[in-house]
Design a protein around this ligand. Structure first.
Ligand code: ADP
Ligand code: TPP
Ligand code: MG
Length: 374
């Protein structure tokens, strides 16, 4: 973990204070800084695009943890401010009407936008204090849908346990499809920040929250054939309850807020949230920390077992959802051996290595989510 710098010199997520190109985050390390400018972003993918994009942006004197981790930490006195932004785009992050017939309520989109942002604060060990909400949409959007979105924002703040977090401002604009961008500001507790870059050989790797649920929900929503016709659902009310639960974890994810602060207080060496799938996010943590992470799928079995009845309906592999599915917004963390706190499940280990992730001893064929992957 990077310790706060008394001299106030900005550090990046890796603790690099040199002012040169940042060192070890996954987005910045391995990619070319001068990509072919005539290529399309889809040819590059997110990681390589960010590796070329981020170094061109200025750093500020207030940066304690500069851009590149789950959220930035700005030192303007104490307590320190943590800042992050995320966007939801219609047809990229949700569908107005899903192939299975489910209609996405404004409430769902508002809830998810808040959850996704508060998750990044959680991942730094920070407490939410305020949100800025930017909403762009077609003029045909119904007022009812937009007011329902506002209710979803309020519901998420209350339900997720961020009482006291305000919506401090925002913006409205027109667009071809709905684009919701939320900026979240948090207050750093004395225990944080916990960066992605602090994992050490010998640590245990652990997750908080379940994995694979939102990916299962997405697969169910994307299935056109009615599930009610399938024997599993028709005959077993428990399966119907599970299916609805999984769909809700996609539409209204529930990050375990507060667990990030608890992890920081328990002395977590590294911490980040799970948005793009365990393989991709734990791989980023491994690269940012310059260690090898060994993921043991045997220890994910209890997550996969819960998803098995839904996977059976779709002929899918529940372990694939657990290993590579995104949008659960739990946490992945590295702790010194024997210090994994309550609320976390140990799923692997950290060893000396070149910044890589192995799944059951081998590089994974699964890659997790990339907005620009073909
Ligand atoms: N357009 C951008 N301008 C500046 N920084 C960006 C931009 N897009 C992403 N980043 C930074 O790159 C890092 C990776 O981004 P992302 O994968 O979206 O993070 P997260 O999963 O935490 O939301 C973050 O630290 C983020 O702040
Ligand atoms: C229509 C639709 N297609 C695909 C997905 C799956 N999906 C969209 S974004 C995403 C990953 C998380 O989003 P991102 O914006 O990368 O979050 P961040 O890492 O920035 O927090 C996933 C798995 C979805 N939710 N909806
Ligand atoms: Mg993001």
């Amino acid at each position: 973990m990077t310790s706060p710098d008394a001299a106030g010199a900005p550090t990046d997520a890796t603790g690099d204070r040199s002012g040169a190109l940042p060192g070890r985050t996954s987005e910045r390390a391995s990619a070319p800084h001068q990509p072919d400018r005539s290529a399309r972003v889809g040819d590059l993918g997110e990681a390589d695009l960010l590796a070329a994009f981020l170094p061109r942006l200025p750093r500020g004197a207030h940066d304690e943890v500069a851009n590149g981790d789950d959220a930035a930490v700005l030192r303007i006195g104490d307590p320190r401010v943590v800042a992050t932004v995320d966007t939801l785009v219609e047809d990229r992050d949700y569908r107005a009407v899903w192939p299975n017939g489910r209609v996405t309520a404004g409430h769902d989109v508002g809830f998810k936008g808040v959850a996704q942002n508060l998750s990044d604060l959680n991942a730094m060990g920070a407490e939410p204090i305020g949100l800025l909400v930017s909403l762009a949409m077609p003029p045909e959007t119904s007022v009812d849908w937009v007011l329902s979105l506002a209710d979803g924002i309020a519901d998420a703040i209350g339900t997720l346990g961020a009482a006291g977090c305000s919506v401090a401002g925002g913006d409205l604009s027109g667009a071809r499809e709905v684009v919701l961008t939320i900026t979240a500001l948090g207050r750093l507790t004395d225990a944080g920040p916990v960066l992605r870059s602090g994992a050490r050989p010998g640590d245990e790797l652990a997750v908080a929250g379940r994995v694979g649920e939102a990916a299962a929900g997405l697969a169910l929503l994307e299935t056109a054939a009615p599930l009610s016709d399938r024997p599993g659902v028709a005959t077993d009310p428990d399966v119907a309850v599970l299916v609805e639960d999984l769909i809700l974890s996609q539409l209204r994810p529930r990050p375990p807020l507060g667990v990030g602060v608890a992890a920081a207080r328990a002395g977590a060496h590294a911490l980040m949230d799970l948005s793009d799938g365990l393989v991709r996010d734990a791989g980023r943590l491994a690269r940012a920390s310059g260690v090898r992470i060994d993921l043991d799928t045997g220890r994910l079995a209890r997550f996969a077992d819960r998803l098995a009845p839904a996977a059976a309906l779709l002929g899918a592999d529940p372990m694939a959802w657990c290993v590579a599915g995104g949008e659960d917004f739990g946490l992945v963390a590295a702790f010194a051996p024997g210090t994994v706190p309550e609320g976390f499940t140990a799923i692997g280990s950290v060893a000396d290595g070149p910044g890589e992730l192995l799944v059951d001893g081998r590089p994974s064929k699964r890659t997790g989510w990339d907005h620009f992957a073909a």
